[in-house]
Design a protein around this ligand. Structure first.
Ligand code: CP
Length: 310
């Protein structure tokens, strides 16, 4: 079994067998990062460019660490201190860096579709580290890995994603991945934060949080993008917290052995209380640890894959 594409642009269209391969491979790397010496020679000779046009803490650092721990040569590009500031285009930037002989590009960008665009400009393997409101595939893979590790399965579990569904690339990737793996998926948020034609995702949709989380195994809480509040997406932060904030009191509606997740960064006291974020049922930091292993698995599985193999 191998991955069909030499790029990871999203989870839409990725098969159950491919996702299982990535999650199984992640188990191996998860064990490696617990060792005293967390380094293997797997990607020796491979050069990876981290191209982050948008801020990131978890994704950027975990990709950088994943590359180092796989013994790849890695460069991190910072637009603010580059010739982007002199007006150089994305295409010229990447083509010039590729001319220095790189093999893989990890890209985050505020515009949906940039990772696909790069596949048309350069020969490197492209990994999407989050593009606009489109997808964030490695986040969904680490979310699924974290859930599978706890419950030993994904099939049949009820996973509810709560919050700003409209702007969330994490939600989109989780929908594709979880549905493919046989989980039951539900979305919940204010109607202004649900995407147009949300029913096309083929999942349950709620505007009443208590109904949405009743009988759920996992609640994955999405960040309220406070920068979008200027657009008046919800009346006030306090009202949002009252209606959609995850509090300890609400958790009694969940199944026994429930799990609380958040991709980060969190707005404590807005979409999640401190008590819930730091509770025993929260796997938020475990998600971050698993993220590094997932990224090692993705880099390993895609490295060396050439066009003719597709
Ligand atoms: N979850 C996530 O993508 O976090 P960062 O924006 O910090 O990478």
């Amino acid at each position: 079994m191998k991955l069909y594409s030499r790029h990871l642009l999203g989870l839409e269209g990725v098969t159950e067998e491919e996702i299982t391969l990535i999650l199984d491979t992640t188990e191996t790397f998860r064990e490696i990062i617990e060792r005293p010496i967390k380094k293997v020679p797997t990607l020796r000779g491979i050069t990876v460019l981290n191209l982050f046009y948008e801020p990131s803490t978890r994704t950027r650092i975990s990709f950088e660490l994943a590359e180092k721990r796989l013994s790849a040569d890695s460069i991190s590009f910072t637009p603010a201190t580059s010739s982007v500031k002199k007006g150089e285009t994305l295409k010229d930037t990447v083509r010039n860096i590729e001319a220095m002989k790189i093999d893989m590009v990890v890209v985050r960008h505020s515009s949906s579709g940039v990772p696909y665009f790069l596949t048309q400009c350069v020969n490197s393997n492209i990994i999407n580290a989050g593009d606009g409101t489109h997808e964030h595939p490695t986040q969904a893979l680490l979310d699924m890995f974290t859930i599978r590790r706890k419950y030993k399965k994904l099939k049949g579990l009820r996973v509810v994603m709560v919050g700003d569904i409209k702007h969330s690339r994490v939600v989109r990737s989780n929908i594709w991945g979880l549905k493919t793996m046989g989980a039951s998926v539900a979305l919940c948020g204010p109607s202004t934060l649900l995407p147009f034609e949300v029913e096309r995702f083929g999942v349950d949709v709620y505007s009443d949080l208590d109904k949405a989380i009743d009988g759920a195994d996992v609640v994955n809480i999405m960040r309220i993008q406070l920068e979008r509040q200027q657009a008046g997406m919800f009346p006030s932060q306090r009202e949002y917290t009252n209606l959609f904030g995850i509090t300890k009191e609400r958790l009694s509606l969940l199944n026994k052995n429930y799990t609380i997740m958040h991709p980060g960064p969190m707005n404590r006291g807005v979409e999640i209380t401190n008590e819930v974020a730091d509770s025993d049922s929260s796997v938020i930091l475990e998600q971050v640890t698993n993220g590094q292993a997932v990224r090692m698995a993705v880099l390993y599985l895609l490295s060396g894959k050439k066009e003719e193999e597709e």
